[in-house]
Design a protein around this ligand. Structure first.
Ligand code: DGJ
Length: 347
């Protein structure tokens, strides 16, 4: 009963957004079409890059970096974190900006800083939605990689910026990261450490706001592993990731382990096929780089791999590739689909 009430709350919220939104232009889509422009329900391109999806009370929330049209990565296209909501993972409603990088009064969140790869996790104890993103301060390029932390009592904000931290027990912090919540509610920060590019793990405090203590190197994860995305399936942890080549695509890589600290076993590139939109195949991950793996609610063993096709000169035009994951033993397999929907998991 409690679950039904909670679900109704989320769905009600979406109905309010529909009614107050520009319904005249509403578009309904029936399928996910990887590599093609993905519009929200009002017909605007979805602007949520390097993102993640959180399910809460009957709705999916997609958080990603808002890229400012007309700017490049070097002219600071990052505008903050944008959120969309959906019931079906195909049709998305714009819920607005969760945090903006346009605050001259806050040195951490000015227009000239660079931010990336937002991830939101719900803390069931504090009842906070905790938002993390990669943050390079104004004028510092990528010398020190901070993790910025913001919290909100609601999935759609307002998010309050709390602080930033340097992870990895390194004065230069970390780069790409995943925030993985284990079955017992413990949250772990898994990231590539600067400057040595070892892949490390540190447990977060129970309130999720800061690392609790020391980080350790994840044995078996190849150094220079970026773009990590993790799930737990049965008693195994599975990780999808990329190599390190800036904004340029490279071959995806995958690992499995019985413990988050390792040892991890690598099993190479889990993707196959080719992206007809750009002619790129598995050796370049269809032109994409992983961001997150989302679990489909109420479906057993149904997971979706989220990739971005980065366009550093025109980040506003960066694309999305979402593909279903299939499993052979403890290995993930992700093959190209031109168009698909959730019925693919019925097979
Ligand atoms: C690689 C990361 O995976 C991207 O998200 C981005 O931060 C680029 N590096 C920047 O060079």
């Amino acid at each position: 009963m409690a679950k039904r009430t909670a679900r109704n709350t989320g769905v009600l919220l979406l109905m309010v957004v529909c009614i107050s939104g520009t319904q005249a232009a509403a578009q309904h889509q029936d399928a996910i079409t990887p590599g093609q422009v993905w519009n929200d329900v009002t017909g605007n391109p979805i602007n949520a890059h390097g993102g993640c999806v959180l399910f809460y009370q009957g709705l999916y929330y997609w958080y990603g970096e808002h890229k400012i049209e007309g700017l490049s990565e070097t002219t600071h296209a990052d505008g903050g974190v944008h959120c969309y909501a959906s019931q079906d993972l195909v049709n998305w409603h714009d819920m607005g900006m969760m945090i903006r990088l346009d605050r001259p009064e806050n040195e951490d969140l000015t227009h000239e800083c660079n931010s990336d790869r937002p991830k939101v996790v719900y803390n069931a104890t504090t009842r906070d939605f905790v938002l993390f993103f990669k943050l390079y301060l104004r004028g510092m390029k990528s010398q020190a990689g901070f993790v910025a932390v913001a919290t909100s009592a609601s999935p759609t904000g307002p998010f309050v910026y709390r602080h930033k931290f340097l992870g990895g027990n390194s004065p230069e912090g970390t780069g790409d990261f995943a925030m993985f919540k284990d079955d017992d509610g413990s949250l772990y920060h898994l990231a590539v450490r600067k400057p040595d590019k070892a892949f490390v793990i540190g447990k977060m405090r129970d309130d999720y706001l800061l690392p609790e203590g020391e980080y350790t190197v994840c044995e078996g994860v190849t150094p220079k592993t970026e773009a990590p995305a993790l799930i737990k399936r049965g008693d195994e942890y599975l990780m999808l990731a990329s190599g390190s080549s800036g904004w340029k695509p490279n071959a995806a890589r995958a690992f499995s382990a019985k413990s988050l600290q390792g040892p991890w076993t690598g099993y190479g590139n889990p993707v196959s096929g080719a992206n007809p939109n750009n002619g790129l195949g598995a050796d370049l991950t269809f032109g994409g780089q992983s961001n997150f793996i989302l679990g489909v609610e109420d479906r057993e063993d149904a997971y979706i791999a989220m990739f971005d096709v980065n366009k550093p000169e025109h980040p506003f035009e960066s694309g999305y590739i979402w593909l279903p994951i299939f499993f052979k033993g403890s290995e993930m397999h992700i093959s190209w689909q031109d168009s698909w929907d959730l019925r693919i998991f019925n097979k």
